[in-house]
Design a protein around this ligand. Structure first.
Ligand SMILES: [Fe+2]
Length: 326
């Protein structure tokens, strides 16, 4: 009799959603909602590329980005190297969808047609899923699901407007009163030590240091290769804090990623350093383009992220995890 009553009661509770699994779900939802007040509450995947071109390889990279379930694309300069900004915009919209959120910042090759590129980027950054302030394609500060992405243009075009100091100052000011739990910097050019080809000292150290001081992951392009540093507490001195692939980002320590194989070409390695944790270039066998993907909010923890660099043939060249302590 009691057994029958217990069974009937259990069935009624299960139907009403009052069983154990129901309360677990409720607790999970509650904790996610609580965490979301600060920032990210969903898993969010961001892809980082640069140096695209407009060829088959470029389109393969964009298809990979779409297929990987990416929520936001960040393009760190040097778009289509030609004279077709409208075609460049259409290529993205056709492959990714018209309302796909994209943040893009100028590269040195984008100067001649900058007046045509900039309105396209402005329109993209006005996407309702993004909250951007500043000047689109140049000095831009965007929030996406609680993640802050700050773009700048050190030494991009040859006027004072694009000076190294101005970019460093913009980064400093953009993160000063920001309470996002993830911060990301995006700019095109590099310093020689922060790329694996034969690019010189161009961006200045200041912008790297300001990003690192803010605990922002630093993403760049310009050299057509992929490379990711260990955790550094000085970018200028290449001071490695840890050789682990599980890293904690906080004010004063961060990593540098060069992700410049968006489709235009893949170059040989000409320059190495003990500070690189992973590299993919023509010398060590990268044949086609690829993208860095970072997924934030892993396992319901908004401060946890995993990243990987994947080429268009789905080979994974680098994998690391990040924890934010901002
Ligand atoms: Fe470039």
């Amino acid at each position: 009799m009691y057994k029958q009553l217990f069974a009937i009661t259990a069935i009624i509770l299960a139907l009403l959603g009052c069983g154990d699994s129901g309360s677990n779900k409720t607790n999970q939802t509650k904790s996610l909602n609580t965490l979301s007040t600060k920032s990210t509450n969903l898993t969010t995947k961001i892809a980082f590329i640069g140096d695209q071109g407009m060829n088959n390889s470029t389109k393969e990279v964009l298809k990979l980005i779409k297929d990987q379930g990416t929520d936001l694309l960040v393009i760190n300069g040097d778009f289509e190297y030609g004279d077709d900004p409208k075609g460049w915009a259409k290529m993205h919209e056709r492959i990714l969808g018209e309302d796909f959120p994209i943040i893009a910042v100028a590269g040195n090759h984008d100067e001649p047609l900058w007046k045509q590129y900039q309105p396209i980027i402005k329109r993209w950054q006005e996407n309702p899923k993004l909250d951007c302030t500043g000047v689109a394609g140049e000095y831009s500060s965007c929030s996406f699901r609680g993640i802050k992405i700050v773009t700048s243009v050190p030494d991009i075009f040859k006027t004072e407007r694009y000076s190294r100091q101005r970019s460093a100052k913009f980064v400093l000011n953009s993160f000063k009163d920001d309470n996002s739990i993830w911060r990301i910097c995006g700019f095109h050019k590099n310093m020689h030590a922060m790329q694996t080809g034969d690019k010189g000292d161009e961006s200045g150290w200041e912008v790297y240091e300001e990003c690192k001081n803010a605990g922002a992951m630093i993403t760049t392009g310009h050299e057509h290769a992929y490379a990711r540093s260990y955790l550094l507490d000085s970018i200028e001195n290449q001071s490695v804090l840890s050789y682990s692939n599980d890293m904690e980002l906080k004010e004063g320590q961060s990593i540098v990623v060069l992700s410049g194989v968006g489709g235009e070409s893949v170059r040989e390695e000409k320059n190495d350093g003990y500070w690189w944790a992973a590299k993919a270039n023509a010398t060590n066998g990268l044949k086609k383009g690829g993208a860095l993907f970072c997924e934030y909010g892993i396992s319901g923890d908004p401060r946890s992220a995993t990243c990987y660099f994947m080429d268009v043939d789905h080979n994974i060249w680098d994998r690391f995890s990040l924890r934010s302590n901002l």
